[in-house]
Design a binder for this molecule. Sequence first.
Ligand code: SAM
Length: 483
Amino acid sequence: MSKVNGVPNGETGLDKLTELVSSLNDAVNALQNVLQDRQLPPFQLDSSSPHPLDSGLPDPVSWYARKAIAGLCNKIIATVQNPAERAVVVSNAWLLPVALNVVIESDPPVVDLIAEAGQCGETVGNLAAKTGIDAAKLRSILRVLTSESYFKEIEAGRYVLNRPSSVLVTGNAIGDLVSFTSGPSMRGGSVLSKALRHEGLPVGEKYEETAFQLYHHKPLYPWLMENSRYLTRFHRGMTQLELYMDPGIPSDYPWEELGEAVTLVDIGSGRGGLTMTLLKRFPKWKAILQDREEALSAIKEFWEKQATEIVEADRVSFLAQDFFAETNLHVTDDSPFVFMIKNVLHNWPDEACLKILRNLAPAAAPGSTLLVCTYMPAIPVPDTKPLSVKEYFNEISGKTMHDIQEMHLPIPEPLWADWGYGSAYETRSGATMTSLLNAAGRDINDLRNLLQAASWEFISATPMRSAASMIKAVKPVPTILPN
Ligand SMILES: C[S@@+](CC[C@H](N)C(=O)[O-])C[C@H]1O[C@@H](n2cnc3c(N)ncnc32)[C@H](O)[C@@H]1O
């Protein structure tokens, strides 16, 4: 099983590149079998229509096969490409967000003009005339995008929309989000290495300013308040993104195990879409949505529209609660509190997370459950028996997500240890939060330590068809020492 660079694998006799390509074939076969079994159309790059698997809840095999394929393709490129060439190409990767920003933010947006032109496509000359951008320079930027499979150049200088570029068209919430990530966020990130070096500060001193702040001279949230165009688009984008990146959260966590009648305390709830889904599913559940005072009226309005009967039955309450202040809630009936912190901790550095977690203490009786839904990049598990990609998909084929969770399978070789590029969304989210908010991506050990430091006992981490995992912790019951 052991492999040394360039030396054939002892068991299979395959060199690394052949092993990667054969694994890729196995992952593609697993995905194609799903398409066949479910009578779904083939994946098309050049069509501008979404594939049925681009939204909704995917089956487990296609969820993991797409991760594996992305990870393996990237490892194949890294294996064969000249490292010198790759280093220069990768270090120029800033051109990609910049090019996306050009086609979204031009007036009118280049992406809209190309979409409107339909199958005939639009020429760079017309795009230049309508946007005022120099044609030669625009073409140079568009080449960056076509080489990454955004748009197709059907003849010299004529472009059509394809599936990857279709989500950038105005009105699509993902385009809204990308206008922020490829613009203000990416510009903030450009000074991240300077911010990380703590330039000008004595050794050991903490750098409080984020990279975003260093660049924009304002922390993220005050900056967004002053740039309302981005604020609206950012919120719209984040809400929509959840549908693509977290489709499995309502179905993949064993919610029913929490009890027949519980009160879900949703901390930093936002609109509380997941909580709403759960209250609709479990008629005896209640919820307390906690958020900043200024966020509450929009949250209430959302519930009054989307879950009128739950609001009228008083099963939900809305509480202005700063999570940096102690929670003073008391259970008033026989529905114990279950605390949930979803997509919040990844925004904050450790000290702030500790405050948030410790502030639950007054309301958390011994034995209380806390669920933390957050990104949790995988880490190497050196002692596990390795599994090939083929074995992995044979094992999970036909199984439910619950069966797969129970199997505790390692990430298959040769994707060691984290699906590689297949988990790019999660790893990039962690580092983006470093740049925007001085937070950092946390693996299972970091989360365990954080919870323990706040007197919560880590119980389990459940993978879901989501970029996030669900961490369960409990408030320990104090042991009574015998006299
Ligand atoms: C990234 S959103 C997550 C929202 C929601 N939990 C979800 O999963 O979609 C972070 C939420 O934390 C809230 N928040 C930020 N600072 C807060 C504070 N100091 N106290 C309470 N809520 C806060 C924001 O208003 C926002 O709704």
